[in-house]
Ligand binder design. Structure first.
Ligand code: SAH
Length: 274
């Protein structure tokens, strides 16, 4: 009997889009892969970044919704002794494929997968790229919420927004809207306005590191649901988040947005005020 070579599952993130935002580790790991599995947009992005280094790898692309099936498929391939790269955008552990892998390994383990060697490689999440473009809005305590209610009930989303608003966290919203989901941003805005000033800075970052990049600074009051889609990240400041004019601002560029690291004792939090 010939032993099947030990397969590998490598879970990688491309970063937000720009080649320089994909880590050298991801490049090196993917170079060893025989197969690439993932949502078509991300696999294409990975191949564009890698250029000739991606040649000869078998691509298995699918629709974004079949996440758990895609994981099973990738594990089955790896169990045959192949080296499979499972591709997310940004960081694979932030609303990406890494957690889906463990969900399957935990809930529905198959004997054939036992010998598959799993590696998760970190990536630059969209929030870090968006924050850097805008200044330093994540300089103090922040939290991250997906506004999508595809995988969790909307009541849970609302409870988290309210709690985060009360605790005066800077809040990063992933998946703010899609063609099917349009109302969530308005609902989030209404909840936030119960705890936060209308003038609170808001960053709208679209396609960061990709073609058509646009980063805008607005206020909570002026935040418009139509400004966000599935390629946008929304960062809502805390009571401490401030703007400062750029010395040499290019056309269309707003002020810098930052959240100070030092918490002044004379400035109450949203919680203490309400
Ligand atoms: N794992 C990814 C997030 C996947 S969820 C990461 O770590 O970045 C998909 C959401 O991420 C999108 O709806 C959008 O809100 C955000 N996003 C991903 N890439 C982005 C980019 N280049 N610019 C702005 N937002 C982005």
């Amino acid at each position: 009997m010939t032993a099947v070579p030990r397969g590998r599952l490598i879970v990688v993130g491309t970063g937000p889009g720009a080649p320089e935002w994909m880590s050298p580790e991801v490049t090196a790991l993917v170079a060893e892969a025989t197969d690439l599995v993932g949502y078509m947009t991300y696999v294409d992005l990975l191949c564009d970044i890698l250029g000739p280094a991606a040649a000869g790898k078998t691509r298995h692309t699918s629709d974004n919704r079949e996440e758990l099936d895609r994981v099973r498929f990738a594990l089955d391939l790896a169990a045959q002794g192949r080296t499979v790269a499972l591709v997310s955008s940004g960081d694979p552990g932030v609303f990406g494929m890494a957690a889906a892998v463990f969900e399957i390994l935990d809930r529905d383990p198959q004997p054939a997968w036992r010998d598959v060697d799993v590696t998760i490689a970190p990536g630059i999440s969209a929030m870090f790229a968006a924050a850097a473009r805008a200044g330093a809005p994540l300089g103090h305590d922040f939290c991250v919420i997906s506004l999508s209610d595809n995988l969790k009930p909307w009541e849970v989303v609302e409870a988290r927004i309210a709690a985060a608003a009360r605790a005066d966290f800077v809040i990063v919203f992933y998946n703010p809207a899609s063609t099917q989901r349009q109302w969530q941003v308005d609902r989030a805005k209404a909840l936030l306005l119960e705890h936060r000033a209308p003038s609170t800075p808001v960053v709208l970052a679209r396609n960061v590191g990709r073609d058509g990049e646009g980063v805008r600074v607005t206020t909570l009051e002026a935040l418009n649901a139509a400004d966000a889609d599935m390629r946008t990240l929304v960062i809502v400041g805390s009571s401490q988040t401030r703007t400062v004019l750029r010395a040499h601002s290019r056309a269309g560029e707003g002020p810098w947005v930052y959240t100070p690291r030092h918490y002044p004792e004379d400035r109450a939090t949203g919680e203490a005020r309400s």
